[in-house]
Design a protein around this ligand. Sequence first.
Ligand SMILES: CC(=O)[C@@H](O)[C@H](O)COP(=O)(O)O
Ligand SMILES: NCC(=O)COP(=O)(O)O
Length: 252
Amino acid sequence: MRVPPVTLLSVNLNAVAQLRNRRNLPWPSVMGIARVVLDAGASGITVHPRPDERHIRRTDVFELAELLRRDYPDREFNIEGYPSDDFLALIEAVQPQQVTLVPDDPAQATSDHGWDFVGQGALLRQVIGRLKTPGRRISLFCDPDAGEAGVAAARDTGTDRIELFTGPYGACFDDEAAARRELEKLADTTRAARGAGVGVNAGHDLTLANLPAFQRAVPGIAEVSIGHGLTSDALLLGFAEATRRYRAVLES
Ligand SMILES: CC(=O)[C@@H](O)[C@H](O)COP(=O)(O)O
Ligand SMILES: NCC(=O)COP(=O)(O)O
């Protein structure tokens, strides 16, 4: 598979929506921050609307889709979630360019594992058959140690890409040896995926501190989606500067 020229940055706005939802007020504005990060060069916007609307609301999803379509037609909308009936209907109404399917149950605090591609293969094949259109790619959340067997089972679902779950790597911020071991798993799974013709995205707990080593050790990533870390940096730097710094790492 051809090496992507540069790893793209999709900014996840869940954390911005979560801050807004502390009050029944419209700020910080999810749409306003979307504009700032897109103007600073983000290649797209990611959201993971959860059933309880604890952060991103259904209305945000429609407004962001309209913003991207109207003012940023060259950028992508990536919507993540478990393929419930409500989620599938939302995707069909909004028509994003990428859908990332994640095996979360509704009560889950955050995403913490990838799909069982064998055990849930039938479900995934059926959902992907329904969601995949010429203008839309599908990505499946994937454990870092999926390896060749996992990737082969993922490919059999018909997915275009996998998204590596980088949470365990992010959790090694104070343990270099453990971080190296996580990077090896991520690199092995990426090699296997690319060898099988499956594209690779990555995300969860990536930060300005851990992204450079990830970039060096795991080449060939098409896109990273980053929210929590970038939002934390933006509290100090502002969203435009934070976006530029993440892009600079990805383009170095
Ligand atoms: C699919 C994934 O990796 C998650 O990182 C997700 O987008 C984050 O969800 P929360 O913002 O709800 O923790
Ligand atoms: N798919 C991962 C994502 O969108 C962002 O996760 P995080 O940076 O908020 O951990």
